[in-house]
Design a protein around this ligand. Structure first.
Ligand code: MG
Length: 263
């Protein structure tokens, strides 16, 4: 190998190390150097009233610093695609997809967040594979965490319940039988772009399904889609959250969200 070839390879290697280091720093928390260890002057975190857990019959309460998106009473925080009032059914403390009325979207926009969603699959179950209890939680309206009746219902792995649709199967299938309330607790960080639309770093998501870790900080390849993996396209840091109408009367209750602050 020639001497300048070796130097060039060394430079490439250093560049690669720098990029990986930068990406790692973007994706992980750092210990602050602003405060001494156990510094009594360091500001204390805000005190909040935490969430209470749901029971099969009674939905829990959101933490005091959350934005409640659905408390079982009405769809005032939601619209249809055209911005008109959402047409899904509300009764007995839950909302239910009314097939053919379309996706519903939050009036407010959200980016990085902690999201709690509860859903129940139709009883009796009808259809098979993707046609059984299909809906979805669309983070920023673009990135779907699949909602499906995956209890004794085989489909492709990256399309079952709690999959990042078309990208990541869940680590395990933690589905409950249809009719029983299930929970998703989602930690999401949206993608970041440069001003001219180049991807700085991808979206990442962690999902806990019924108390079980099923997506462990996975990096999304771009928006989710059926049969393809489209690339990222520049979009704002906050966009409405959406729930999918896939033609099945899936029910939802106790939906709340907490925006996450930038470091
Ligand atoms: Mg879906």
């Amino acid at each position: 190998m020639l001497a300048d070839e070796a130097t060039l390879m060394h430079k490439h290697h250093l560049l690669l190390v720098a990029v990986v280091t930068l990406l790692t720093q973007l994706c992980t928390a750092q210990v602050s150097t602003q405060w001494k260890i156990h510094d009594l002057n360091r500001p204390l975190p805000p005190v909040i009233d935490p969430a209470t857990a749901s029971t099969p019959d009674v939905p829990g309460r959101a933490p005091s610093d959350a934005t409640v998106l659905f408390d079982g009473k009405d769809l005032s925080k939601w619209t249809d695609k055209a911005g008109k009032p959402a047409k899904w059914k509300v009764e007995n403390g839950y909302m239910e997809v009314v097939p053919e009325t379309g996706y519903i979207f939050t009036r407010a926009a959200f980016g990085d967040c902690q999201l709690h969603v509860e859903f129940a699959e139709p009883v009796p179950p009808t259809g098979e594979s993707q046609d059984r209890g299909n809906s979805g939680v669309f983070l920023m309206g673009l990135y779907e965490i699949q909602v499906l009746d995956s209890y004794q219902n085989k489909t492709y792995a990256d399309g079952q319940a709690a999959a990042v649709y078309g990208q990541y199967p869940p680590l395990v299938n933690a589905s409950r039988p249809p009719g029983e309330w299930q929970t998703y607790d989602i930690i999401f960080h949206g993608p970041r772009f440069t001003k001219d639309g180049k991807l700085l770093h991808p979206a990442r998501v962690t999902v806990v399904h019924n108390g079980v870790l099923v997506q462990d900080n996975v990096l999304l390849t771009g928006p989710t889609a059926h049969g393809k993996r489209p690339p990222y396209k520049l979009h704002p840091e906050k966009l409405p959250l959406a729930l999918q109408d896939h033609g099945d009367p899936v029910r939802f209750r106790n939906i709340w969200i907490r925006g996450l602050k930038e470091d």
